[in-house]
Design a protein. Structure first.
Ligand code: ZN
Ligand code: ZN
Length: 448
């Protein structure tokens, strides 16, 4: 029971608050509070029922159904019947509301082949069959959180049409984890069949930031990613007669070591670069020198110039080392840069500043941090490069129980990263903060 003193204090606060006109932010807070338990229920449902990349059948249906109920003009199964290469689970929802710019908000929808290792009452027990056997399926990257925030934002924008003017387009993207979804949707006419974006926004949960905050930064947020396949070709022969061969294992081994000097001796140390040889395969038996050796590399860079420079250096080093070993021109190495590369995710400077201001106003400056870039990659970057080249921003949504972060700092307890079987967000404050942040950012860009 409250003491009289507390009651008076609460009453005085209520009178004080009532003396002020309700701001748009207060109204938004109240609306979010009225819906948050439903949203948390949606989040738990999505978490318990994850679907792998390109298989987002039920997930995309839930997104499409919810957006239709909110009054959006929804197109689902985008591309399914036009190109067998498309995943067919893209959802695009349009809400036209008078003259003004067009703002797109994107969520990803897919989960990962990870067996969940949490004790959550809503933990996933879903499994899927793969060629290597049965795998667990888990929203270990927080795309369930993204979708919940996205649907909450959709509802808030639909209910506040008197506050803004322009067009909102909401995009549910399949297959982010396999980096095929954005490209597939663009091939299906994403920017020609629907209102062209002036601005495009997205958020990603962050496993190192507490729930209740967001973090934003101008420029590079996520690295560009390239996969490179290298085949070193020599001449095989008897392991006891190396002089009669051109040993590709020796050449490839020299190359693996040399590749690290590209990062440490050729690239600007102020700009992060990663070259990792993740796979090295050659030979069949102790006493046979094989004809060739295969390397698989992942390359992470932050700018197109840096990317060009690293890829050129990899080609130069590969050809140079093979030539130095005496490999003739007709057995020169084969170097293939995979087509499914994604560029770095670069936040447009002017748009970032506008969104940053909106986030400051919505959440308070103390809850809007300077974002840190990481060397993971996203295909959200592809939208910024596709015609009409919209200004894009992605920001971090803090997702972790603040107590866990405190324990990690004070006691050194381990914080699971994204993609970990033990990772899970603290839903309620993260959803509340994400929906408020995204709604406020869109409304600021579509201010009357
Ligand atoms: Zn991920
Ligand atoms: Zn993700």
């Amino acid at each position: 029971m409250k003491s009289m003193c507390t009651v008076w204090f609460v009453l005085a606060l209520a009178v004080f608050a009532g003396a002020r006109p309700a701001t748009a932010q207060n109204v938004l807070d109240q609306k979010i509070s009225a819906n948050i338990s439903d949203w948390v229920a949606t989040y738990k449902h999505l978490h318990e029922h994850p679907e792998l990349s390109t298989e987002e059948k039920e997930t995309s249906a839930l997104i499409a159904r919810t957006l239709r109920k909110l009054g959006y003009d929804v197109t689902d199964h985008l591309g399914q019947y036009e190109d067998p290469g498309l995943t067919g689970y893209g959802v695009v929802a349009v809400l036209k509301n008078g003259p003004g710019p067009t703002v797109w908000v994107r969520t990803d929808m897919d989960a990962l082949p990870v067996k969940e290792n949490t004790s959550l009452p809503y933990a996933s027990h879903v499994t899927a069959k793969r060629s290597a056997g049965e795998v667990g399926v888990m929203h270990a990257c927080g795309h369930d959180l993204h979708m919940t925030v996205f649907l909450g934002t959709a509802q808030m924008l639909a209910e506040s049409k008197s506050q803004w003017s322009g067009t909102v387009v909401l995009l549910g993207q399949p297959a982010e984890e396999t980096v095929g979804g954005a490209a597939a949707l663009l091939r299906a006419g994403l920017f020609t069949k629907f209102p062209k974006p002036d601005y495009m926004l997205a958020l990603h949960d962050n496993a190192w930031l507490p729930a209740g905050v967001v973090a934003i930064r101008e420029g590079a947020l996520l690295a560009g990613s390239d996969s490179v396949d290298i085949t070193i070709r020599g001449y095989g022969g008897h392991g006891a007669a190396p002089n009669a061969t051109k040993d590709p294992i020796i050449i490839a081994s020299e190359l693996v070591v040399f590749l690290q000097t590209i990062v440490s001796r050729e690239m600007d140390p102020q700009q992060p670069t990663v070259v990792t040889v993740g796979s090295f395969h050659a030979g069949t038996k102790h006493n046979i020198i094989p004809d060739d050796a295969h390397l698989q590399l992942t390359v992470r860079t932050m700018t197109p110039e840096q990317r060009e420079k690293v890829l050129a250096a990899i080609k130069r080093a590969t050809n140079g080392i093979a030539e130095a070993a005496g490999v003739p021109a007709d057995r020169a190495p084969i170097i293939e840069v995979a087509k499914d590369s994604v560029p770095a995710t670069i936040n447009d400077v002017a748009l970032t500043r506008r969104v940053h201001t909106a986030l400051d106003q919505a959440l308070g400056k103390d809850n809007v941090l300077e974002g840190q870039p990481i060397m993971a990659s996203e295909d959200f970057s592809l939208y910024a490069l596709a015609d009409p080249k919209p200004a894009t921003v992605m920001f971090w949504l803090g997702a972790v129980d603040p107590q866990k972060i405190k324990d990690s700092l004070e006691k050194g307890t381990r914080l699971p990263s994204l993609h970990s079987s033990e990772y899970y967000p603290l839903p309620e404050p993260a959803i509340r903060t994400g929906a408020k942040a995204m709604t406020s950012a869109v409304e600021a860009l579509l201010k009357k």
